[in-house]
Design a protein around this ligand. Structure first.
Ligand SMILES: Cc1ncc(COP(=O)(O)O)c(C=O)c1O
Length: 449
């Protein structure tokens, strides 16, 4: 009798994984079950999911309430196209979201992931000005270190990087402004004494070409894939002020930050601002199903109302507003109310700040950034053995392996190690994760690492 092939062997014969050099892939983790903050592997290991499965999972894996909501909805209506049809979960979710979002965001346009939520935002912004008789305004200003997704429009507004390099000929031109990356301040200043002077670069761009700009797009308070860069709230407030001054739309990409991740339900709340357009996905369905939502203000929506059909927003996806997705998203919002989820996020934040204080002193550590249920540790890359810094730094795979051996799933962005657990993680589990992180970082100073 031939031995049954493992999941990894079958995977290797049939699959192509994202962001993975398949000529020499590290074997994928064969996950057969989810259980709260844990992933269970084919060979029975319980691995703590320290990055919320790509930042999407907030209430833990296989949460009974969410699973039940999915089953119940599947009995009623699994899918219907959303042009010319509507259904209860889509309407109820839009009603809930417009209540929860920063005030003034009154209309929801659904799509099906983070990149499409961004594509919708960028296309909306461009057509908004066309509909208003200003077709010259189609430019976008994005920030350095930005990451907004992998579709062509989302890549265009992302920073040039290893993610976009092969596709440059396909991308549209975008103006760039400084991000408030305090550890590597673009102006060489120090946060304690600066006046968020990095904002002047956006101001200069707007002064130079403001009348051709449709929108400024930012990841408010936390730039994710670009290195887990945490912002001063003053920068975000300043972006809003500049957009108002130059009459430009502000798009807040809250695909990562939305739904409590930064300690507020939406990161825009840190600066008490309302963007003109906001992009949501990831934790919108608590990590169960892919769903995107782009919310806009009434003036943006109104610019599309016209007897002229060419002013219609011609955009949609087969799975736009999928009822299963919307039902789970609603159940997730119920959990926010019944379980005081934001209290858990603030508790995690305090524990991360306190627990990482001693780590700051380790020689390998350059910077530590904490916001809400996210901690990032930027490691120094000056030792030649540790590679070049940035996403391709070989410290990343080295660290992933070391943590996996200890039962913790982390996926560093090159030399930036980050921890972003589901909010249901217990204080003891956070303590355990922090001790693994401390040990592994401390070991980096040993020769040969
Ligand atoms: C801020 C931000 N925007 C957009 C995206 C793209 O989302 P998706 O991977 O669902 O397409 C991501 C993904 O990491 C993100 O972090």
């Amino acid at each position: 009798m031939t031995k049954a092939r493992t999941l990894v062997e079958r995977d290797r014969a049939a699959l192509w994984h994202p962001y993975t050099q398949m000529s020499s892939p590290i074997p994928p983790l064969p996950v057969v079950k989810g259980d709260g903050v844990y992933l269970v592997t084919e060979d029975g290991r319980r691995i703590l999911d320290g990055i919320s499965s790509w930042w999407v999972n907030i209430h833990g894996h296989c949460h009974p309430t969410l699973t039940q909501a999915l089953i119940d909805q599947a009995h009623d209506l699994e899918h219907v196209m959303f042009a010319g049809c509507t259904h209860p979960p889509a309407v109820a979710l839009a009603e809930r979201l417009t209540q929860l979002l920063p005030s003034g965001l009154t209309r929801i346009f659904y799509s099906d992931n983070g990149s499409t939520a961004v594509e919708v935002a960028v296309k909306l912004a461009c057509q908004y000005w066309r509909n208003k008789g200003q077709p010259r305004r189609h430019g976008i200003i994005a920030l350095e270190h930005a990451y907004h997704g992998d579709t062509a429009g989302a890549m265009s507004v992302s920073a040039d990087s290893v993610f976009t390099a092969a596709f440059t000929p396909l991308l549209f031109p975008v103006a760039r402004a400084h991000a408030p990356y305090c550890f590597r301040c673009p102006l060489g200043l120090t946060r304690a004494t600066c006046n968020v002077d990095c904002l002047q670069s956006l101001e200069a761009q707007l002064e130079q070409r403001g009348d051709t700009i449709a929108a400024v797009i930012v990841e408010p308070m936390l730039q994710g894939a670009g290195g887990m860069i945490v912002w001063p709230a003053e920068f975000l407030a300043g972006v809003r002020r500049l957009c108002d001054r130059f009459g430009v739309l502000l798009i807040a990409d809250e695909v990562l930050t939305g739904f409590g991740r930064t300690g507020r339900m939406f990161a825009c709340e840190h600066a008490d601002i309302t963007p003109d357009v906001i992009c949501l996905s990831k934790a919108l369905t608590a990590g169960y199903l892919p769903l995107g939502a782009t919310a806009v203000t009434t003036p943006v929506y109104d610019a599309f109302l016209s007897a002229d059909h060419s002013n219609t927003f011609f955009h949609g996806h087969s799975f736009t507003a999928n009822p299963l997705d919307c039902a789970v998203a609603l159940a997730s919002l119920d959990l926010f109310e019944s379980a005081d989820v934001m209290h858990s996020v603030r508790r995690i934040e305090r524990q991360l700040i306190d627990g990482l204080a001693p780590v700051r002193a380790l020689p390998a550590v350059g910077d530590i950034r904490v916001i809400g249920a996210v901690a990032a540790i930027e490691l120094r890359t000056d030792a030649s053995a540790r590679g070049v810094g940035g996403y391709l730094d070989r410290l990343g795979p080295h660290l992933s392996k070391a943590f996996l051996e200890r039962g913790l799933l982390l996926r560093p962005l090159g030399n930036v190690l980050y921890f972003m657990p589901p909010y249901v993680i217990t204080p003891d589990e956070v303590t355990w994760c922090l001790s693994q992180i401390t040990d592994v970082i401390a070991s980096l100073d040993s020769p040969g690492t």
